[in-house]
Design a protein around this ligand. Structure first.
Ligand SMILES: Cc1cc2nc3c(=O)[nH]c(=O)nc-3n(C[C@H](O)[C@H](O)[C@H](O)COP(=O)(O)O)c2cc1C
Length: 427
């Protein structure tokens, strides 16, 4: 996504400017061609050498430098840029951008470029909430700029409030999303489920599984970076929500079913990568079960203090949607109980298998009327739960079977979207 992208990072004279070093480094490592422009006051906080060392490219600052290099290049930079991100953006520079002032290298390039503009305001709380700053940001947002909301927290002054620069991951996410806004999933709504579910035994214990959510989060992130609006329905996981994705959290399979059913209205694609529990304890105890026969037979304890759980079947979320036409049907969709569905829903399922992968996957694909089924062998050390890589076989409704090599989960996510895009309805 970031490979060979021409990105300008503008850096203003704010206390958070040192944090932009990490961003430039991460973008460079991801393959982007990063040109850095410092304002004069940014140089009071950080040195150009730090950035040129990280970006492996020249750094620009003075539009009026004696060599004339910056003066010659500022229009070329503006024309070649695929994105301009200003990190941190000071109140001062935000005001200049709102009024079209171009009195330094950064603001001149900002005025000259047609590339999308991403701003990460960072400043003292009362500067940020000042009506002038808010009005300037509103004007820039109206003109199409992407404004990354600052975090609320402890600021350099000691005050607490909005104004902190978000993490590098958030900044990089916003840049990736802005770069991909016209991608092959632009104007599409996609729903992705991720993680496992927790089925309560009592208020403190649950039946769960080892899904980390990494595969589903990678699928949601990749869809965002191709321009989609993404709803990510996630079970309990230890992952940060990807920037620019609508996160809906659930705990149980029943909650996951409700969340999926309400999210798919108007959606183009549903990717069910969550590991939803097939079974749940039929009646969770209202109070914590005590060890040693404490709950008596009514709670499932036997005479030796052993506990027996009675598990009932959870709904089959994808199976219940089998009636909705997918990409292979000729119908143009069906009406939901809300009367809103008018397009076909491409449905992609996942199957975590330890044995008989091909047979199990093929029967699941057919029984649930899926467009694609991604089977992963969770018995391998380099595939499935918790690890960064996955080894998958993609089964198509057409009968085609693709046995893919071990790949990073981000690569698997990209391949899955490459297969989904041709299936999207054009109606
Ligand atoms: C120590 C110090 C810290 C500052 N931190 C910020 C800041 O975090 N955000 C901000 O908007 N301005 C901050 N300022 C004020 C800006 O440096 C000042 O408005 C300057 O004119 C910005 O220039 P520039 O927008 O061209 O970089 C700070 C000033 C000083 C002296």
């Amino acid at each position: 996504m970031l490979l060979n992208k021409r990105i300008i990072i503008g850096i203003c004279g704010g206390i958070a400017s040192y944090k932009a070093v990490d961003l430039v480094s991460k973008l460079q490592q991801a393959g982007a061609l990063v040109d850095v422009i410092l304002t004069e006051h940014a140089e009071d906080f950080v040195r150009p050498l730090t950035f040129s060392t990280m970006s492996h490219r020249p750094v620009y600052s003075d539009l009026w430098e004696a060599s004339g290099r910056a003066a010659e290049t500022h229009i070329a930079l503006a024309e070649e840029a695929e994105l301009l991100a200003i990190v941190p953006a000071t109140a001062n520079t935000i005001a200049k951008l709102a009024y079209g002032i171009a009195d330094n290298m950064l603001t001149a390039v900002a005025l000259a470029t047609k590339a999308p503009l991403v701003l990460a305001p960072a400043m003292y709380r009362d500067m940020y909430t000042h009506p002038a700053t808010q009005a300037n940001l509103a004007l820039l947002r109206e003109r199409g700029a992407c404004i990354i909301e600052p975090e609320v927290g402890r600021l350099a002054s000691g005050a607490v409030g909005p104004g902190r620069l978000p993490t590098t991951e958030v900044l990089q996410g916003a840049i990736s999303k802005a770069l991909g806004r016209n991608g092959d999933l632009a104007h599409r709504l996609v729903v992705v489920t991720a993680g496992g579910t927790h089925e309560p035994i009592d208020p403190v214990r649950y039946v769960g599984n080892r899904s980390s959510g990494k595969m589903g989060y990678a699928i949601a992130t990749e869809a965002r970076d191709r321009g989609a609006d993404v709803i990510l329905i996630s079970g309990p996981v230890a992952l940060e929500a990807p920037y620019g994705v609508e996160l809906r959290t659930v705990e149980t399979a029943l909650q996951m079913r409700d969340a999926v059913q309400s999210a798919i209205t108007g959606a183009d694609v549903l990717v069910m990568s969550a590991a939803v529990a097939d079974f749940r304890p039929d009646t969770p105890a209202a109070q914590k079960l005590k060890k040693g026969n404490g709950g008596g037979e009514a709670q499932g304890f036997d005479a030796h203090g052993g506990l027996t759980l009675h598990l009932v079947r959870n709904p089959d979320i994808l199976g219940e949607l089998a009636g909705i036409p997918g990409s292979s049907e000729t119908s143009h969709g069906q009406i939901t109980d809300k009367g809103e569905r008018s397009k076909r829903l491409v449905r992609v399922g996942f199957a975590a298998e330890t044995n008989d992968i091909v047979t199990n996957a093929q029967s699941k694909l057919q029984a649930k009327h899926l467009d694609l089924l991604v089977a992963n062998d969770v018995g391998r050390r380099d595939s499935g739960f918790g690890v960064e890589t996955n080894k998958v076989i993609i089964f198509h409704a057409t009968g085609q079977i693709e046995d893919l090599p071990v790949m990073p989960k981000t690569g698997v996510a990209a391949t899955i979207w490459d297969r989904i895009v041709p299936l999207l309805s054009t109606t």
